[in-house]
Ligand binder design. Structure first.
Ligand SMILES: [Zn+2]
Length: 191
């Protein structure tokens, strides 16, 4: 799994692009959500720029106000996708906030007359760059089923299971997966 060298500050973990989808990798820029270990990776313009570049949405320069906008979009996307990854449903209020952002994202999308592909108006700020993330999240939400949308039972990062047998369980076998394996080995061999 690809580790992205975002500046961790005082935090001891690392950030990895493990989601398999743009929108899931954005959600995962908060590590260990809802726990004491919670860590937000997008609290500096430098980290935001590095993340955007890594996912193919480069911006010349991010600033402090971009962080606030991106955080708002991330919250809206998270409120939609995390419940689905937990076999639950987003609330109507979450859908409403998400729809508001999605509507303005879609207003910036056009069909290129030459290539007949989607193109986006040139971004004015970091939040505009996240338009494809909102559309990606919308595609996930409206998919026929959410069987492959999963959460890591240890750290709660989200991912789409692209394995053939659909049995991926962990964010990363080298991380949460190996910790769990070590734990079960210990319990099995304890007398
Ligand atoms: Zn994990």
């Amino acid at each position: 799994m690809e580790t992205l060298r975002l500046d961790p500050g005082d935090y001891t973990g690392s950030y990895k692009l493990i989601g398999g989808r743009l929108s899931l990798d954005l959600v995962n820029t908060i590590s260990w959500p809802n726990t004491d270990r919670r860590h937000d990776w997008l609290t500096t313009p430098a980290n935001l720029s590095m993340w955007l570049e890594a996912v193919g949405l480069p911006l010349t320069e991010a600033d402090q106000s971009d962080l606030t906008d991106v955080s708002e979009i991330r919250n809206a996307v998270t409120e939609m996708l995390r419940p689905l990854a937990h076999h639950s449903r987003p609330t109507p209020a979450a859908c409403e906030s998400f729809n508001r952002l999605l509507t303005s994202a879609q207003a910036r999308r056009r069909i290129d007359p030459i290539n007949l592909t989607w193109i986006w108006k040139p971004p004015r700020r970091a939040s505009d760059l996240l338009d494809p993330v909102l559309v990606d999240a919308a595609d996930l939400v409206t998919a026929d089923n959410h069987e492959r949308l999963k959460h890591c039972p240890s750290c709660d990062w989200l991912f789409e299971d692209h394995t053939r047998n659909g049995r991926r369980r962990w964010c990363d076998m080298a991380d949460c997966g190996s910790r769990a394996k070590a734990r079960s080995y210990y319990h099995r061999n304890k007398t």
